[in-house]
Design a protein around this ligand. Structure first.
Ligand code: ZN
Ligand code: ZN
Length: 199
């Protein structure tokens, strides 16, 4: 299990402690153990199948980040993460088990709904926060096999993130990554300007 100081850092990075972050932290722990330490550069690539809270735990702990280009999002809506080591291609997929976040809790769902539509009282907000905290702590302490299935996988190595040159959009004049530019009658356009021009 990660130490309190690292946990504090992850919570600070994400903004709050929640079950999603806790699940991301546990997935990151597996990656650090099986694939390699915090990535300084692109030596490890993460392919994440969600864009929810857990991804922040992964970015913070593994050093696989969107900004560095060694985190790839596949919009599958799953609590599942693949990590690939560039040096030898070793790869694992870590997939969340059913009920990894704990059994459904009708009271908590009810409170969550109230929070969502803005009708929760301060007392109810507090109760929900406490329940969240309890659930998160349980995830942080649970045996890994209750949370995740881990398997070695064979995957094609993702390409290195590359620096592309920018081209100025002929409509809004903003420099735009060359690979995103679309041509309309020979004029280079950025994606939103292209959409506007053809619609
Ligand atoms: Zn969260
Ligand atoms: Zn433009």
């Amino acid at each position: 299990m990660i130490d309190e100081e690292t946990l504090t850092g992850a919570v600070h990075f994400h903004g709050h402690l929640c079950p999603g972050l806790a699940l991301g932290i546990r997935a990151a722990e597996i990656a650090l153990e099986v694939i390699g330490p915090h990535a300084v550069d692109e030596e490890v690539v993460a392919i994440v199948e969600t864009d929810m809270c857990g991804v922040d735990g992964i970015q913070f702990l593994t050093g696989c980040t969107f900004g560095k280009g060694n985190m790839i999002h596949r919009d599958y809506g799953k609590n599942a993460y693949t990590f690939v080591r560039r040096s030898d291609g070793r790869a694992i997929r870590i997939s969340g088990r059913a009920r990894a976040a704990g059994p459904p809790d009708p009271e908590q769902e009810d409170l969550g709904a109230k929070l969502g539509d803005g009708t929760a009282t301060p007392d109810e907000r507090q109760r929900l926060a406490t329940a969240h905290e309890r659930r998160s702590r349980r995830i942080l302490e649970a045996p890994i096999e209750e949370l995740y299935d881990v398997e070695l996988v064979d995957i094609e190595m993702p390409r290195l993130a590359r620096n592309f040159t920018s081209v100025q959009c002929a409509s809004c004049d903003e420099p735009t990554m060359e690979t995103r530019i679309r041509l309309l009658d020979g004029a280079p356009l950025c994606p939103p300007c292209f959409e506007r021009a053809v619609c």
